[in-house]
Design a protein around this ligand. Structure first.
Ligand SMILES: CC(C)(COP(=O)(O)OP(=O)(O)OC[C@H]1O[C@@H](n2cnc3c(N)ncnc32)[C@H](O)[C@@H]1OP(=O)(O)O)[C@@H](O)C(=O)NCCC(=O)NCCS
Length: 165
């Protein structure tokens, strides 16, 4: 991304207001299954919820990173600091269906973890549905330090290295 392998043609950047429409459109294009796997609830029109979440992005406690293929947003990662535990953040992400299974989710997860670490986050959690095999496999490849089960939901925690001084 940003000229580097594995996706030199794609642009990764922090979400800006100019990305709002394109990012909401990405969520609107998703299948019901991908939406359910992202939000854990049926969401016929995710636009208002997504727009509200993006309005909170301040690049400090609430972050969103977008990946663009020319002008189209094709993936979004969001991390939000936990208010009671500010060194800890929750990560969620989505990749446009046309781009899934090519390694983009893996690359974006790595970029989001690096971004969080640079903002002083020392632990990330990611919640996924146990039936969500692609997300479970992605998460388990990254060696979570702890795992918690709550019904059909699994929450994994990852320790992040401190950035080099
Ligand atoms: C979970 C999600 C983000 C993964 O994104 P992705 O871009 O498909 O992820 P990757 O491509 O990195 O990995 C998925 C699979 O593609 C495989 N893959 C990676 N590079 C590949 C390539 N070049 N060619 C073929 N397959 C490849 C990976 O090995 C992986 O396979 P595995 O699951 O059998 O190990 C995506 O499925 C998604 O957006 N789902 C809906 C929302 C969601 O579930 N979010 C997670 C909870 S917040």
């Amino acid at each position: 991304m940003n000229g580097r392998e594995p996706f030199p043609e794609l642009t990764l950047r922090p979400f800006g207001h100019a990305d709002l429409e394109g990012t909401v459109a990405t969520f609107k294009r998703l299948s019901r299954q991908s939406l359910y796997r992202r939000f854990f609830t049926l969401m016929p029109d995710p636009s208002p919820f997504v727009a509200r979440h993006l309005e909170r992005v301040d690049h400090r406690d609430h972050q969103a990173l977008v990946v663009l293929d020319r002008h189209q947003v094709v993936a979004v990662a969001q991390w939000d600091r936990v208010p009671q535990s500010p060194e800890h953040a929750e990560l969620a992400m989505v990749v446009d269906e046309a781009w899934q299974h090519r390694g983009l989710g893996t690359a974006l997860a790595r970029a989001a973890a690096g971004d969080a670490r640079r903002h002083g986050v020392t632990a990330l959690t990611a919640s996924v549905l146990a039936e969500n095999r692609p997300a479970m496999r992605l998460v388990l490849r990254h060696h979570p330090t702890t795992a918690e089960a709550d019904g059909g939901q699994r929450t994994y925690r990852f320790a992040l290295d401190k950035p080099a001084a």
